[in-house]
Design a protein around this ligand. Structure first.
Ligand code: GSH
Ligand code: ZN
Ligand code: ZN
Length: 190
């Protein structure tokens, strides 16, 4: 069952986070002058994502991606090496121009449910303790990234085995959060 690599951080089993964890430093893969980003809190939620836009380690079918509030994200070293991958995307993924690693991705678009949040990859921190992923998002999207559709049953079974329930968009909790935001913005809900 373990033939497909979901992500190196979960392939050996999902490691629980540490209660009261206060953050850590994310470092890119450059051997010299790496970019460093300080995260001043635990992540609010963590998950694995199969979409083509989130950066995946070599050989992995998924990225592991989480959110923190953007005021808890500070680029502390070699900020000049960062460039936005796609200026039109909702998530402004800032990648290292040299090694390609995505370091942080703030959402700054006005009136969006995710405004004020930044997407980060906690495995870039040497310190373990960030909250563990709890579900798998955009699972069907791995096909767009080149996965053979015949592998999908096995991938979903492996995700369930790891305790990461698979969804083809976000988890029900997050989809409800987004729909509630939209219903309030439209005046349908008070
Ligand atoms: N099927 C698309 C899905 C892309 C997508 O919608 N990704 C989600 C999860 S990260 C998202 O919120 N994207 C916003 C963005 O990339 O800015 C793909 O794989 O490229
Ligand atoms: Zn780098
Ligand atoms: Zn994604």
């Amino acid at each position: 069952m373990a033939s497909v690599s979901i992500h190196p951080s979960v392939d050996g089993g999902v490691k629980p986070g540490k209660t009261g964890f206060a953050g850590g430093t994310l470092t890119c893969h450059c051997k010299s002058n790496p970019v460093e980003v300080q995260i001043g809190s635990d992540c609010l939620h963590n998950h694995v994502c199969g979409c083509t836009k989130c950066s995946k380690p070599a050989g992995a079918a998924f990225s592991m991606v989480s959110v923190v509030t953007s005021d808890n994200v500070k680029v502390t070293k070699n900020a000049d090496k960062l460039a936005v991958v796609d200026g039109n995307a909702l998530i402004q993924r800032h990648a290292c121009k040299e090694c390609g690693v995505h370091m942080h991705g703030p959402v700054t678009r006005a009136n969006h449910p995710f405004t004020g949040l930044s997407f980060i990859h906690t495995e870039l921190s040497g310190t373990e303790g960030f909250a563990a992923p709890t579900f798998a998002a955009f699972v069907s999207s791995v096909i767009e990234g080149g996965t053979d559709p015949s592998k999908m049953d096995g991938i979903r079974a492996r995700l369930n085995e790891l305790g990461l329930p698979p969804y083809d968009t976000l988890s029900p909790g997050l989809m409800d959060y987004i729909a509630t935001f939209t219903a309030k913005a439209n005046g349908v809900l008070k």
